[in-house]
Design a protein around this ligand. Structure first.
Ligand code: HEC
Length: 129
């Protein structure tokens, strides 16, 4: 008899705990899509910066910290931002060389197209303050 009561008690407790927890509450997920305020024009990268990111320049150059070569900001400060300079520095990147900033040479980048190299220089010179 005690056994039956026990089983009954268990049964009831199981039933009680199984009571469906009214989960069908109408959850009003108000989809107030926040309007993207910032038009990303200011964060767009210069095409030359993207080219530099895909090349090996980063191993020797940094925008503001001197690594092996001069920083891009130093280069921008040294040169005028004109076509002749862009032409000259693009050729230097492709051919490599030393002597302007010290005795450490820049390796040649023979596979780089002149147009890509110029775009990189345009980015570097755009950092002129
Ligand atoms: C192996 C290291 C190394 C790599 C890789 C490298 N550079 Fe240089 N870069 C140098 C050094 C060293 C100088 C300074 C050369 C000198 O004194 O004439 C320099 C100089 C420069 C200059 C200035 C040249 C001048 O005559 O004033 C530019 C512009 C430049 N690098 C751009 C680049 C770009 C763009 C890349 C990637 C395509 C690149 N460098 C990759 C080491 C490197």
């Amino acid at each position: 008899m005690k056994n039956t009561l026990f089983i009954l008690a268990c049964f009831i407790s199981v039933l009680a705990s199984c009571g469906s927890p009214e989960s069908s509450s109408t959850s009003t997920t108000a989809t107030t899509e926040s309007t993207p305020a910032a038009t990303s024009s200011s964060t767009e990268k210069h095409p030359g910066e993207r080219l530099i990111a895909t090349s090996d320049c980063i191993g020797c150059h940094n925008k503001v910290t001197k690594v092996i070569g001069p920083t891009y900001e130093e280069i921008a400060a040294k040169y005028a931002n004109d076509d002749a300079t862009i032409e000259k520095l693009a050729a230097k990147i492709i051919e490599g060389g030393k002597g302007v900033w010290g005795e450490v040479p820049m390796t040649p980048h023979a596979t780089l197209s002149k147009d890509d190299a110029k775009e990189m220089v345009r980015y570097i010179l755009s950092l002129k303050k």
